[in-house]
Design a protein around this ligand. Structure first.
Ligand code: ATP
Length: 289
């Protein structure tokens, strides 16, 4: 038995950090959106008794170091089902260490795929609980669409979808460690927080201008991505409604009302950057194909 799951990347339309919790984690306020850029995660049941993970990108850990492996273990531990043997192959398209939650998306796809493959009957709530044991973006990636994620990313609320046009995502040629980004927050002297209530009101009212005006990411205040200004400049010149960094970076996305403007921006950005993606919003985090 085998199946393949699309694991969609996420963007942060708003990422604010409210405080550092006593356990060192952070109290977050994140408005997150799944987009059509995706990895393909194939799960195959076998009779060898163990979990094997391979990935098309040799820079990503294979085997136990891969978040997909951890997800399979969490699934079997959490459901009490015994593992007959499982091979997982990831066809990687989401750049890693990019602020796009590629690893979390793969882990979520394993949970969602195994739930189907083994007919385990896990509810969304169960997937969120198991996902939280893997990583803070995994619960969102298991459900996806447009959501508010609070606390450590594990308290999720559904939000109504918004009529976004096209989205251009650029991953500059540098990597940002999420751990270092949070350490930078912990030592930052002054933080400017965002109009969180206004963002939620804008979303609930379907006010695209209000939403686009409020898109922001606290990490932009203390994570240096030298290419960010150039990328945003190109996007704005092609009439992006908004342009912002995602997660702890370095990826930058632009939202375009008009498809032709997005294509023009992507064309210009491809002259300088090799990872440029033209995306749509999607209403789920994972999709069995
Ligand atoms: P986030 O937005 O959640 O911070 P990210 O996009 O910054 O995530 P990932 O793509 O999830 O970062 O990768 C972070 C690190 O996790 C990688 O450098 C890699 O070593 C490790 N990793 C483990 N499993 C995977 C996987 N399946 N895909 C990508 N990276 C993985």
């Amino acid at each position: 038995m085998s199946l393949t799951v699309k694991a969609y990347a996420k963007l942060n339309l708003m990422l604010d950090i409210l405080s550092t919790l006593p356990n060192g984690y952070h109290d977050l306020f994140m408005v997150m959106q799944s987009v059509s850029l995706h990895d393909l995660v194939t799960l195959k049941q076998n009779a060898f008794g163990d979990i094997a993970v391979t990935c098309s990108d040799s820079a990503i850990p294979q085997g136990e170091g891969n978040l997909a492996h951890k997800a399979a273990q969490v699934f079997f531990d959490g459901t009490g089902l015994s593992c007959p043997g499982l091979s997982i192959h990831i066809e990687k398209h989401i750049p890693h260490a990019a602020g796009l939650a590629g690893g979390s998306a793969d882990a979520a796809a394993v949970l969602v795929g195994l739930n189907r493959l083994f007919d385990a009957g896990l509810s969304d709530r169960d997937l969120v609980r198991l996902g939280a044991a893997i990583g803070s973006d995994v619960p969102f990636c298991a459900l996806g669409g447009l959501m508010l994620a609070q606390y450590t990313g594990t308290v999720l609320s559904y939000l109504p979808p918004l009529p976004f046009g096209k989205i251009v995502v650029v991953k500059p040629d540098c990597a940002v460690s999420t751990g270092e980004a949070y350490r930078a927050f912990d030592t930052a002297e002054r933080i400017r927080h965002f109009d969180r209530a206004g963002m939620l009101a804008g979303i609930m009212q379907g006010d695209m201008d209000g939403v686009c005006r409020r898109i922001d990411n606290v990490f932009e205040q203390f994570i240096d991505v030298p290419e960010r200004v150039v990328i945003k400049g190109v996007m704005r010149r092609h009439f992006a409604q908004s342009a912002c960094m995602s997660g702890s970076g370095p990826s930058v996305f632009g939202i375009f009302e008009n498809e032709a403007d997005a294509e023009e921006a992507a064309r210009e950005l491809r002259r300088s950057f090799k990872n440029v993606f033209l995306c749509d919003c999607v209403d789920k985090g994972c999709e069995i194909v």
